[in-house]
Design a protein around this ligand. Structure first.
Ligand SMILES: [Zn+2]
Length: 208
């Protein structure tokens, strides 16, 4: 039995939990990712099984706290086996952050196994997979994401024209986007105003 934990399908995990329990294979055991048990008290959000989750992921609870507080921009602290976050945060948001944490710090980038460890070599942190042996520097997903989603309409950007398209328009790359710019030359650095974005294509014009 194999779970795609990447998508963190809690309902499916729940439904299949009995199947996992019946198998004593160590790897299968690791796949029992606990569902965050969330309650609200006043203005606080409490994850009651926080330490269980950290244990299951084989990660230092303080590292996960650091990640969560940075992501939510708010204080949180561990009390007994619970995590107390000083704000009301929707269950879906917490799950989403847990997914992101898993994708960056837990799941092997190659085989997706959660059977991994973080090792420090020099100044680099490596995600080392015990299942397939892959080793990769921990990637900063957050930084990549911000660059990808930054483009917006009616804003200006400095870009470099890297090629000329079929109709003679210039193309510039920006994160995931290709920006179409009329009346430019290849290699030109231009400041452009984004007029329209459709999927990953943006139409722009040069501004002075
Ligand atoms: Zn692996």
């Amino acid at each position: 039995m194999y779970y795609n934990i990447m998508s963190f399908d809690y309902d499916k995990l729940l439904k299949d939990a009995s199947g996992v329990l019946s198998q004593k294979n160590k790897f299968e055991e690791r796949l029992k990712v606990p569902i965050p048990d969330i309650i609200y008290e006043g203005k606080s959000t409490i994850i009651r099984n926080f330490i269980d989750i950290a244990d299951m992921l084989n990660r230092n609870p303080q590292d996960i706290v650091k990640y969560m507080t940075k992501e939510f921009g708010i204080g949180a602290n561990i009390s007994q086996r619970r995590l107390i976050i000083n704000r009301k945060i929707k269950e879906s948001e917490i799950k989403e952050k847990m997914d992101e944490y898993m994708a960056t710090y837990v799941l092997c980038y190659e085989c997706n196994s959660p059977d991994t460890a973080i090792e420090k070599t020099g100044r680099t942190y490596l995600l080392v997979c015990k299942a397939c042996g892959a080793q990769h520097p921990i990637r900063a997903t957050r930084e990549i994401k911000e660059e990808e989603t930054e483009l917006s309409e009616n804003k200006t950007y400095n870009v470099t024209v890297t090629e000329i398209g079929r109709s003679g328009e210039g193309h510039a790359r920006y994160g995931e986007y290709t920006i179409y710019i009329p009346n430019v030359k290849k290699g030109q650095n231009v400041k452009v105003l984004i007029k329209k974005i459709k999927r990953n294509i943006a139409i722009a014009e040069v501004v002075k």
